[in-house]
Ligand binder design. Structure first.
Ligand SMILES: CC(C)(COP(=O)(O)OP(=O)(O)OC[C@H]1O[C@@H](n2cnc3c(N)ncnc32)[C@H](O)[C@@H]1OP(=O)(O)O)[C@@H](O)C(=O)NCCC(=O)NCCS
Length: 146
């Protein structure tokens, strides 16, 4: 049984090793390791931002993952989720995602869609998002200029 709760600044050290784990970095659009100072500054700024909401996913009061909503300009909310790498594959991602969507739907914000950016090779994430009703809409192609 899991639940989500709003994150606070005491959660920054918990999330830090998850953010830098191989599993999360390889699924992330920004795959560089980040240092503690940068992470902590980002985390605290995000908590204060009107454009973001951060949640912790907990199982029996132990933090197992985190969830973030970014309110975008075009009536869309971007969702991102990652777990403690030791806690993957136990259903926490799906349940956390469903609870996050339920919170967002009931929070009274004005938006029309929820989007998730997923790397093409991230099959688990694609399956997860599709299993709760997301559909692939478009692919982004990139040419890296040196
Ligand atoms: C993506 C992530 C949150 C999934 O959480 P999880 O708890 O491991 O996933 P769950 O156990 O809830 O499984 C959810 C669905 O994913 C799929 N899935 C899970 N593990 C899988 C695996 N090893 N292979 C294929 N599909 C898998 C299944 O479709 C599953 O749904 P089902 O059980 O109804 O069939 C987690 O793996 C993670 O933190 N990944 C790194 C960060 C990331 O990719 N974030 C998403 C970008 S926004």
């Amino acid at each position: 049984m899991i639940h989500i709760r709003p994150a606070d600044k005491r959660d920054a050290p918990t999330v830090f090793p998850w953010r830098n784990s191989e599993n999360v970095r390889k699924s992330s659009l920004s795959s560089q390791k980040i240092n503690w100072e940068a992470h902590n500054a980002w985390f605290n700024a995000s908590l204060l931002s009107q454009e973001k909401r951060l949640f912790m996913i907990e199982s029996q009061n132990m933090a197992v993952g985190c969830l973030r909503f970014d309110f975008l300009e075009n009536d869309a909310v971007e969702i991102s989720i990652y777990l403690d790498p030791l806690q993957c594959g136990k259903g926490y991602g799906k349940e956390g995602l469903l609870q996050g969507i339920a919170w967002l739907s009931n929070a009274g914000f004005n938006f029309k869609k929820i989007i998730a950016k997923i790397l093409p090779e991230n099959v688990i994430s694609k399956a997860l998002f599709q299993s709760v009703g997301f559909n692939p809409k478009y692919e982004v192609f990139e040419l890296e200029l040196t």
